[in-house]
Design a protein around this ligand. Structure first.
Ligand SMILES: [Zn+2]
Length: 181
């Protein structure tokens, strides 16, 4: 794996640490079945005013979208059911349908806003398959551009992510709000 070099976000993160520690968040009311050790469940239950800080970029009826805090590429999204479920067969038909429609919508929006030229879309089920959040099913949507694999990675194993997560959240949150999803 490449180490991501991403100065704008790291600076913002370091600057925001003190702020967070002086203002403890109120206890969250998790959804039924929610797991308080799961970042997705915590963000879903959190005040919408903190969606940007939580990198929660779009809320649907049964599905939610996050920016991946550790992206493989600029614009890397995670699409999840709101409910904390660890297996595909536990998803309801509505959750399955809306998650796939949400992915389709993001493909469209990432093409129009970021000029994405291709996508890797997939699901890692279980730790053995590399799931970073094994208790909560999530699809990865990774936009691709011609040449994105052979520019910086060839240099010292460092990959550059050019856009900060805050800027990306603003861009995609606005695009989602304006779309007919
Ligand atoms: Zn969860």
């Amino acid at each position: 794996m490449y180490e991501n070099l991403w100065a704008p976000w790291r600076l913002a993160y370091i600057a925001g640490e003190g702020e967070r520690s002086t203002a403890p968040a109120p206890p969250l009311k998790l959804l039924p079945g929610g797991d308080e050790s799961c970042f997705a469940c915590r963000a879903v239950a959190d005040d919408r005013k903190r969606d940007r800080q939580n990198l929660l970029v779009a809320r649907g009826k049964t599905t939610v979208t996050f920016l991946n805090r550790y992206p493989y590429n600029n614009g890397h999204l995670l699409v999840l059911p709101l409910a904390h479920k660890d297996r595909l067969e536990r998803l309801t038909p509505d959750e399955l349908l809306e998650s796939q429609q949400t992915i389709a919508c993001w493909v469209d929006l990432l093409e129009s806003t970021m000029k994405a030229e291709g996508f890797n879309i997939g699901l890692n089920l279980g730790r053995a398959a590399g799931a970073g959040l094994p208790g909560h099913v999530h699809w990865h949507v990774v936009p691709r551009w011609h040449g994105d694999t052979n520019f910086m990675p060839a240099l010292a194993g460092v990959k550059v992510i050019p856009q900060s997560l805050d800027d990306l959240w603003d861009l995609l949150h606005k695009a989602w709000g304006a779309s007919s999803h």
